[in-house]
Design a protein around this ligand. Structure first.
Ligand code: PRP
Length: 207
């Protein structure tokens, strides 16, 4: 699997704010918004463009538009914190939603909602979830997308564990990963180490 870890001082600084246990919910959300901008920017680097002649106030020149805007799919809850900023950068994008809660005993994703277009043939998809831990939630989401014909899927995650990357790699699913960091490992509770805790709880409070 193609993995891009965004190695940039500004991304590292936002991640540091998110990792720090002293950071409050509002500051955590703001740092995730800013990191999302950077991850989306990198995820879209090779997106095809449509050219069109335009007039500036001074001269004619070539203009560029996204040829095929992606479907954005935040994975609820935590992915909601990435959705608006991704949408600001790609205003023409349509958005779908997948709701999953990881069972903290089995570490398996439990689906509770799904709102996706019926056909995703020829449409790139960006899946937004701050955390790739065991990879179970991401694998479940990608299978939903592939069932609808998607062939070009990018997982956009603030943090990823090697175990989750290995799982996606072994699955053979057509996905690439753009992440702020590949961390060390998962602990016995399935949390990313060093990680940042639970990205849903840190944005919205514990449930
Ligand atoms: C977290 C996270 C991912 C998932 C990652 O969500 O946002 O969706 O766990 O774990 P995995 O790779 O092992 O599947 P959680 O289930 O805690 O729900 P939340 O977003 O509602 O907090």
């Amino acid at each position: 699997m193609d993995v891009l870890a965004v190695d940039h001082p500004l991304a590292k600084a936002r991640l540091t704010v998110m990792r720090d246990a002293r950071t409050d919910n509002a500051t955590f959300r703001a740092a995730l918004h800013e990191l999302t901008d950077m991850l989306i920017y990198e995820a879209m680097r090779d997106a095809p463009v449509r050219r069109e002649r335009i007039h500036t106030p001074v001269a004619r020149t070539e203009g560029y538009w996204l040829a095929n805007p992606p479907l954005l799919v935040p994975v609820l809850r935590a992915g909601l914190g990435m959705a608006d900023h991704a949408h600001k950068l790609i205003p023409d994008a349509q958005m779908g939603f997948v709701g999953l809660a990881r069972d903290e005993q089995t570490l398996k994703p439990v689906p509770y909602m799904e709102s996706l277009p019926e056909s995703l043939a020829d449409r790139p998809v960006l899946v937004l979830d701050p955390m790739l831990a065991t990879g179970g939630s991401m694998e479940h989401t990608i299978r939903l997308l592939i069932d609808r014909g998607a062939t070009d899927v990018t997982a956009v995650c603030a943090l990823a564990a090697p175990e989750g990357i290995e799982r996606l790699d072994k699955s053979g699913l057509p996905v690439r990963l753009v992440t702020g960091s590949v961390d060390e490992r998962l602990n016995e509770s399935g949390f990313i180490v060093p990680g940042l805790g639970d990205a849903g709880d840190r944005q919205y409070g514990a449930v």
